[in-house]
Design a protein around this ligand. Structure first.
Ligand SMILES: Cc1ncc(C[n+]2csc(CCOP(=O)(O)OP(=O)(O)O)c2C)c(N)n1
Ligand SMILES: [Mg+2]
Length: 368
C-alpha cells in the first residue's frame, strides 16, 4: 500500500531575515523573498511616524515615572515593526493589538488620551473599536490572535473583504491560544496576518528559555501556511512583508505568519527592572540596529532628507509630546461605576454585588 505524501505548504522560511536597509543605512545584500522595496515617499512617511511614536513612548514613560499613569509597556526599539506593519493595513482592515502596541494605535489614528485611558485605569478601553477598526488592546496573552482569526472568518463569510492583522509576542507564541488561532486560520484560510514580534524577552524570560526551535517562523510550515522571518528593525522590510501578506489575504490565499526580529529597549513595564536579567552590553549591541537611525541614514543618502527636514519632523514630534503631557495632566471626568458596563451582556451576580458596594461607598462619600 502506498501513502500519498503531500508536498505543498511545507517550505521552511529562510534563516536569514528579509532586510532591505542594513544597520549602516545602506541597501542590504540579503534575500528579499520577491518583496518590493517601498518607494521613497512611503519610507519618508514611515520614518516620520517612527520618530513620532518614539517621542510618544519616551514621553509616556516619563509621565509614568511621575505617577501620572498606573503602568505602561513601552515599545521603544520596536518602532519599525509597530509602524511598518500597521501602516500596511487598509482603513477597513482590522487590527488586533496587545498591551505593547500603543505605537500601533497611534499609527492607526487613535487619539492620545483615548490610547492612554486604559493605562491610567480610567477605562477598559478608551476608544471606540469600530471607529478605528481596531480591537481593544489585549492583556491576556494571545487571546487577540483568536479574535483576529474569528473576525477574519466572519468577514470572509459575510463577504466584507476586511483582512485582520494581529501582533503577538515571542512569549505569547507559546500559548495554546496562538496555536489554535494559527491552525484554524489555516484550516479556514482566513485573511489574517500574524505578526510575531520577537523582541527576545517575555518579561524576564529570554527566548532561549522559551523555545528550542531554530526560529519561531518555522512553525508556519506545521500549520501549512507561508512563514517569513523579517528584520523587525528594518521598516522597509516589515512594510513590504506585511503588504505582500495582506495582498495574498485579500486575494483569498489565506493567512501568513511573519516573525519580526527586534528588541525591547526599555523595561517590560515601569514595574520591571531589566538589569536583573540582562546586561547593558546586550542593550548596547542592539542600539547599533536602531530602526530610526538606519532609515534616516538611508533617506539622507538618497538626498530626500536633510537637517532642515529632520528638524521639522523632530519639532512636530515635540508638539505630539506636549499633547501627551496635556492629556495626562487633565483629570478625566469618570463615573467609577461605568467600569461595570460592557463587561458581560447580562451582568453576573458577583459583579452586581461589587457594583452595589461601590455605589454605597460613593453615596456615603457624598459623590452620588
Ligand atoms: C495568559 C497570560 N499569562 C500570563 C500573563 C502575564 N504576562 C504579561 S506580559 C507577559 C510576557 C509576554 O511576553 P511576550 O509575549 O514576548 O510579549 P512582550 O511583553 O515581550 O511584548 C506575561 C507572561 C498574561 N498577561 N496573560
Ligand atoms: Mg517578547
Amino acid at each position: 500500500m502506498s501513502i500519498d505524501v503531500p508536498t505543498t505548504g511545507r517550505a521552511l522560511p529562510e534563516l536569514q531575515p528579509v532586510r532591505f536597509i542594513g544597520a549602516d543605512g545602506q541597501p542590504a545584500d540579503t534575500p528579499t523573498e520577491g518583496l518590493t522595496l517601498p518607494d521613497v515617499r512611503t519610507l519618508l512617511g514611515l520614518h516620520r511616524q517612527m520618530v513620532h511614536v518614539r517621542r510618544f513612548e519616551t514621553q509616556v514613560t516619563a509621565l509614568t515615572k511621575q505617577g501620572r499613569l498606573a503602568t505602561y509597556p513601552s515599545a521603544a526599539g520596536q518602532e519599525a515593526t509597530e509602524v511598518g506593519a500597521t501602516t500596511a493595513l487598509g482603513p477597513t482592515d482590522w487590527l488586533f493589538p496587545t498591551y505593547r502596541d500603543s505605537a500601533a494605535l497611534l499609527t492607526r489614528g487613535v487619539p492620545v488620551a483615548e490610547i492612554l485611558a486604559a493605562f491610567r485605569g480610567d477605562w477598559h478601553c478608551g476608544f471606540n473599536p469600530y471607529e478605528y477598526h481596531t480591537s481593544p488592546a489585549a492583556t491576556p496573552l494571545a487571546t487577540q490572535t483568536l479574535h483576529a482569526t474569528g473576525f477574519a472568518m466572519a468577514s470572509k463569510l459575510k463577504g466584507q473583504g476586511a483582512c485582520t492583522l494581529t501582533f503577538f509576542g515571542d512569549g505569547a507564541s507559546s500559548e495554546g491560544d496562538a496555536h489554535e488561532a494559527l491552525n484554524f486560520a489555516s484550516v479556514w484560510q482566513t485573511p489574517t496576518v500574524f505578526v510575531l514580534q520577537n523582541n527576545q524577552y517575555a518579561i524576564s524570560t529570554p527566548l532561549r528559555a522559551q523555545s528550542n526551535a531554530t526560529m519561531l517562523a518555522d512553525r508556519a510550515a506545521g500549520y501549512g501556511i507561508p512563514g517569513l522571518r523579517v528584520d523587525g528593525n528594518d521598516v522597509a522590510a516589515v512594510f513590504a512583508a506585511v503588504s505582500a501578506a495582506l495582498e495574498r489575504a485579500r486575494g483569498g490565499e489565506g493567512p501568513t505568519l511573519i516573525e519580526c526580529l527586534t528588541y525591547r529597549m526599555e523595561s517590560h513595564t515601569n514595574s520591571d527592572d531589566p538589569t536583573r536579567y540582562r546586561d547593558s552590553a546586550e542593550v548596547d549591541h542592539w542600539k547599533r540596529f536602531d530602526p530610526i537611525d538606519r532609515v534616516e541614514k538611508y533617506l539622507r543618502s538618497r538626498g530626500v532628507l536633510d537637517d532642515e527636514g529632520n528638524e521639522e519632523i523632530l519639532a512636530s514630534a515635540e508638539v505630539l509630546a506636549a499633547s501627551v503631557r496635556d492629556a495626562m495632566s487633565t483629570d478625566a471626568e469618570i463615573d467609577p461605576t461605568e467600569i461595570f458596563a460592557h463587561v458581560y451582556a447580562s451582568p453576573r451576580p458577583g459583579l452586581r454585588e461589587q457594583q452595589a458596594m461601590l455605589e454605597a461607598e460613593l453615596a456615603e462619600a457624598g459623590r452620588r
